[in-house]
Design a protein around this ligand. Structure first.
Ligand code: GLC
Length: 784
């Protein structure tokens, strides 16, 4: 069963019924002000940080689900009937309903008894506020008098206190109204305010939530809407609402547009001026037009035409779009990660930069610098940081012996290398950046050097990396206080990071560094191969008693995915080992919905393994399909030249391919979820945690840079595809350092990999050079 379809031309996903299995959401805003909008207008918003400056409230685990939201009530002034274009919260059965999630905006349209209403939600021009552009139309042959009520439920800005200290918060919340604007702020802050505004004549308003809703009612049947007027309440305490009521006359066939603006103002005395141009429908439309242009431009740096329609759909639109969202919000703000306590992840954000590097490298650099500032002088890093306060922290895994994760710092090397290749901005490595003590400065290269050093200085009994609190797998908490648990995965990631340092330093002719990193790489590679090969695959870790995880003899967790893919990605596995360990992945871990994280899953809690054993078999890291890990296997297969298998792995996790059975997938088919229940779970195939996952960036990397093989090099563009044999070719348009490359790849001999010749602007060439900005070039690649 399906709930909607892809409108490829409009670049929208169109949801055709409101009762999706989970709320299917979209994001508005660009990382500054923004929030979440579901297909029934549920969701919340915040300014810069969902924890420290939440603007609109959301009730987690709410029943009915997904409340509150940015609601518009339409009321027939004569009959008193009322409804919402998004079905929620009044739940009036609509004559028609449709929600279009587009790039940076959501449009929800409903029709009831001859009146249609649609609302477009978006953040204009990266400002500190959002627009609700409402259009109502009278489709009847008689004149209608209707009322429009807005509903924006304000949250105390410190969202944790909003839940935690109701005593204080509800005494100090203050709501006011003047000239079409409701402002909302704590008593002791008089300059800044959250607000809702309209340019229309307001017939009544409420700033007090309890007054608007009425006793023992809910958003479904607010007393004010039922009675057809608000009470003009000024809120001196309690909870706040932005309820503005507009009386509208619609002649037969007439259509009218009104605008609400909701947001945050640093200085409320300047607010009116700031929002003025957006309060008119004309101003709002112009801003929406600019938003569309922004996304056109954003996605224009990479576009593909392959024989696979879903790949085209994802690479040209949805995968790029999801990557920007993970770049903005890491794993912090979704309907599963609640924008509380967690912050922006260091490892997560470092990987997220890989998904936007081809189009906004300068912004990626900005984030990389923030992450480098999270490093301690010994090279390790915080686990997370909060965007508004800039404070960092160490996450919530239990602390026994160590308070650091063994991998966070190493991802920084991959991010910086990708930035250098994309931009050629080699000066960056000499830029000085502070460590998290806010006193000690070092160059970017030195920061990266210290990242490697930290791991090299923290080895366990097998001479591989200590595990710390956990590695990439947050739930593998092997540290029980003895201080010897080791991570094979982190050791392999370290090898990859060392290789990338070698690559950078070789290009920059830094001979001593090259020598040093080669030695570091070789030593680690040897230690892994000496002690971690299990016969058909690599072990995953050693616990705090030095017992291995990921061996044939183990009852649970015989084989784990990441120590196979990264054995290849880190160039640890030579020859036969590489093929063998990837074959073991296919044999033991692959399923039709994706590759599971490990097998067999643990069935009981085990304190020597930690969080992973708290999950039932087949969920998340405990034998679930943790999608983030799948593109690593694709890349590993490609490194061994196996384009058919890589593509099979790519397609089996393609969400769009499950659109027809979306009732089973449950989550949005237009983005990758973080996980899908694995083969050992009775509900095998259900997706969870949509949107914020490293899957987005790594699938973009795997598909565009490895399957299609178009990737940045230090002094060139590389085209080195590894595709299914039955592809006859494909085309890619790629903007690289300001020049446009129109690439055509032909595969006349039906190979997976290999290049017979390259023609650049018609001339045979052994490399694809960097061209001057603004120029356009044809690249023809013949495989063979
Ligand atoms: C979550 C975390 C991420 C971690 C992954 C696997 O997605 O945000 O940092 O790598 O889980 O445990």
């Amino acid at each position: 069963m399906k709930f909607g379809y892809f409108d490829r031309k409009a670049r929208e996903y169109v949801i055709t019924r409101p009762d999706t299995p989970t709320p299917w959401i979209n994001y508005i805003g660009s990382g500054n002000y923004g929030g979440i909008v579901s297909n029934t207008a549920g969701g919340y918003s915040f300014h810069k940080d969902p924890q420290n400056r939440r603007v609109l409230r959301y009730r987690y685990n709410s029943i009915p689900m997904d409340r509150p939201g940015r609601y518009i009530y339409i009321r027939d002034a004569v009959t008193g009937e009322y409804w919402n274009p998004g079905f929620q919260p009044a739940q009036t059965k609509l004559d028609s309903y449709c929600c279009k999630h587009g790039m940076g905006y959501t449009n929800i349209e409903g029709e009831y008894k001859g009146i249609t209403a649609d609302v477009t939600y978006f953040v204009p021009d990266d400002r500190d506020f959002e627009i609700w552009l409402v259009k109502v139309k009278n489709r009847l042959n008689i004149k209608k008098n209707i009322q429009i009520f807005s509903y924006a439920e304000f949250c105390f800005w410190e969202a944790i206190l909003d839940q935690q200290n109701v005593d204080w918060v509800q005494q100090i919340n203050q709501g006011h109204y003047k000239d079409g604007i409701i402002t909302w702020h704590p008593h002791h802050i008089d300059k800044a305010a959250a607000f809702i505004a309209t340019g229309e004549d307001v017939s009544s308003f409420d700033t007090n939530l309890e007054t608007f809703i009425g006793k023992y009612r809910s958003e479904s049947n607010p007393i004010a809407v039922e009675q057809g007027a608000c009470s003009n309440s000024i809120s001196l305490r309690q909870n706040g609402v932005g309820a503005l009521c507009l009386d509208i006359e619609l002649e037969k066939g007439e259509e009218k547009e009104v605008v609400f603006v909701v947001g945050y103002a640093e200085d409320k005395s300047k607010l009116k001026k700031k929002i003025k141009e957006y309060l008119s429908p004309k101003g709002a439309h112009a801003a929406l037009e600019r938003l569309n242009e922004y996304w056109e431009n954003y996605t224009s740096k990479l576009s593909v035409e392959t024989p696979d329609e879903e790949m085209n759909l994802f690479l040209n639109t949805w995968n790029q779009y999801q990557c920007k969202t993970t770049f903005n919000w890491s794993r912090f703000v979704s309907l599963y990660q609640l924008g509380l306590a967690r912050g922006m992840g260091i490892r997560d954000s470092a990987q997220d930069t890989l998904g936007v590097m081809h189009t906004i490298p300068e912004e990626a650099k900005g984030l990389i610098i923030k992450l480098l500032k999270c490093q301690y002088t010994d090279g390790r890093a915080y686990h997370l940081f909060f965007p508004l306060t800039g404070e960092g922290g160490s996450g919530d895994a239990p602390v026994k012996k160590f308070d650091w994760y063994s991998d966070d710092h190493l991802w920084l090397i991959l991010a910086v290398n990708a930035y250098l290749k994309e931009t050629g901005d080699f000066e960056f490595i000499n830029e000085k950046v502070l460590y998290n003590d806010k006193e000690t400065e070092a160059t970017v290269l030195e920061h990266l050097n210290m990242a490697l050093e930290f791991t090299a200085n923290n080895l366990g009994p097998h001479k591989i990396a200590l595990a710390g609190r956990a590695d990439w797998n947050d739930t593998l908490n092997l540290d029980i206080g003895l201080g010897v648990a080791e991570s094979v995965f982190t050791s392999m990631l370290y090898c990859r990071a060392a290789l990338e340092m070698i690559e950078i330093c070789e290009f920059l002719v830094k001979k001593n560094e090259v020598k040093k990193y080669k030695k570091m790489f070789e030593e680690m590679k040897k230690a892994i191969n000496d002690t971690c090969w299990d016969g058909e695959w690599y072990k995953r870790a050693f616990d705090d008693y030095s017992n291995p995880l990921g061996t044939k003899e183990a009852k649970f967790g015989k084989i784990f995915i990441n120590s196979q893919s990264w054995a290849v990605l880190g160039n640890v596995a030579d020859g036969e080992y590489a093929r063998k360990c990837l074959d073991s992945v296919e044999k033991h871990l692959n399923t039709k919905y994706g590759i599971v994280a490990m097998y067999p899953a643990y069935t009981e809690y085990d304190k020597t393994k930690g969080g992973i054993t708290t999950y039932p078999p087949g969920t998340k890291e405990n034998g679930g399909i943790f999608l983030h890990t799948n593109p690593w296997v694709m890349i590993a297969e490609i490194m061994l030249g196996n384009g058919d298998k890589a593509f099979k792995y790519y397609k089996q996790i393609m969400p769009a391919a499950r659109n027809e059975e979306a009732d089973h997938l449950e989550v949005e088919p237009y983005v990758y979820p973080q996980n899908i229940l694995g083969k050992e779970h009775p509900q095998f195939g259900i997706g969870r945690n949509s949107w914020l996952s490293g899957t987005a960036a790594w699938n973009l990397v795997a598909s565009s840079q490895h399957i299609l093989g178009v990737r940045a090099g230090f002094d060139r563009l590389i085209v080195d595809p590894c595709i299914p044999k039955n592809w006859e070719g494909f085309k890619v348009k790629r903007v690289f350092r300001g020049a446009t490359y129109l690439i055509e790849v032909k595969n006349p001999n039906g190979v997976n990999k290999g290049i017979e010749k390259i023609l650049v602007d018609g001339k045979k060439s052994d490399k694809i050079p960097v061209f001057s900005e603004g120029t356009t070039h044809d690249v023809l690649v013949i495989m063979g």
